[in-house]
Ligand binder design. Structure first.
Ligand SMILES: Cc1ncc(COP(=O)(O)O)c(C=O)c1O
Length: 391
């Protein structure tokens, strides 16, 4: 049996090991040390922001929302089409999400819908405390109109760029356009520290504040005194060493992910009923995951059948995120629209997208997708041939 082709796996470059080795040989094996400083400096330098390395992207969203003042009984606008880690930290803070639909051109939050929703909230006298914008699957949301609307209403923006490190919008890097930005180095992301995240902001004081919270909020002095709630959210110096090495190959990983996506796109060009996630003209889409929409009637089988068939051929694929407003966890939450996200969820599939995916494995995946498409048309042809003979 051939080895399973997985959705998105870690891809080390070799540059990580000397940094990890340094951590061991110098015994910097906890949440302080030179790798942490260097990793944060490298990210800060590359993106023109202050940076804080944390144990996960989820932790970064939690601290980021706290910096924006989100607290008990507040509301936070959040895209419905996202991974649950975007929305969970809203609840950690005792606040409630209000979900926003996507637009079909980018799959990200619809800027016009956001403008209408904020107007509606203002009319009702209940503006959200913050707006979270997600850059889905490696593609930036249309940030100019989004930021303009949020500024008009003086609502701060948290950019969840967990899936979009390396992407850009009109030349500006994902994660640097809002008041705070978040990256993830989870094992399935474009670069990884096995697990980890980063909180970034142009405001270094905010990052200092979050740094304080991330290490149990210990007040200055040698005694263990505390006047605020803190968390144990810091990244380890060992993992920051992996991050340093991975960051050196980020641009290469972006090229590799894009090459995978475009190889699929070209290979399916002649197939009816399968279309790639749109590439918005305003920026660089990393294509962290290669996503497609399946139109059952034209393609020949449903999205779910395709996932099942690929699984039978030892290939991992996944549906596009299930929208938050469809989750039991968030039943009863307010929302604006949702039908576009529901449709993308019903028809969307993510195919194996690792930057290390070999051409042989990708051709195997392509062959299996094509076979699934052809299976139904062969059945239809066969039925057409046999029925006249049978009568
Ligand atoms: C959109 C989005 N936000 C947040 C996260 C959370 O990141 P982490 O897994 O590092 O906590 C992820 C991925 O895991 C994600 O896809």
């Amino acid at each position: 049996m051939r080895q399973r082709v997985l959705l998105s796996v870690p891809h080390m470059s070799g540059a990580e090991q000397p940094y990890v080795q340094q951590a061991f040989s110098s015994n910097w094996l906890s949440t302080v040390g030179p790798n942490l400083t260097a990793f944060e400096e490298a990210m800060g330098h590359r993106f023109g922001v202050a940076a804080l390395a944390l144990s996960s992207g989820t932790a970064a969203i939690h601290l980021g929302l706290r910096l924006l003042g989100v607290g008990l009984a507040d509301e936070v606008f959040c895209p419905t089409l996202t991974f649950v880690a975007t929305a969970n930290p809203i609840r950690y803070l005792g606040a409630e999400p209000v979900f926003l639909d996507s637009n079909g051109d980018t799959w990200n939050v619809d800027p016009e819908l956001l403008a209408r929703a904020l107007k509606d909230r203002r009319r009702k006298g209940r503006l959200p405390r913050a707006v979270i914008i997600v850059h889905l699957f490696g593609q930036c949301a249309d940030m100019d109109p989004i930021l303009k609307t949020c500024r008009e209403h003086q609502i701060p923006v948290l950019e969840d760029a967990a899936e979009a490190l390396g992407a850009s919008y009109k030349g500006r890097p994902a994660g640097t356009m809002g008041d705070v930005g978040v990256f993830s180095f989870n094992g399935n992301k474009i670069i990884t520290t096995t697990g980890g995240g980063m909180l970034v902001s142009r405001n270094p004081d905010w990052i200092g504040r979050a740094r304080f919270w991330s290490t149990q909020a210990r007040d200055p002095g040698i005694a263990y005194e505390h006047s605020e709630v803190g968390f144990n959210y810091r990244m380890s110096n060992v993992l920051a060493g992996i991050g340093r090495g991975q960051l050196e190959v980020l641009d290469l990983r972006v090229l590799q992910r894009r090459a995978v996506a475009f190889r699929y796109r070209d290979a399916f060009r002649d197939l009816p009923g399968i279309s790639p996630m749109p590439q918005a003209p305003y920026g660089l889409h990393t294509n962290w995951l290669s996503c497609f929409l399946i139109e059952e009637e034209r393609f020949g089988c449903s999205r779910d059948d395709l996932i099942r068939r690929l699984d039978g051929s030892n290939i991992e694929s996944r549906p596009v995120w299930k929208p938050m407003h469809m989750q039991r966890l968030f039943a009863g939450c307010d929302r604006y629209g949702g039908e576009v996200a529901e449709d993308l969820f019903r028809r969307g599939i993510c195919l194996p997208s690792s930057s290390s995916l070999s051409p042989q494995d990708q051709f195997y995946v392509i062959g299996q997708v094509r076979a699934a498409a052809n299976a139904r048309s062969l059945e239809v042809e066969y039925a057409g041939v046999t029925s006249p003979l049978a009568t």
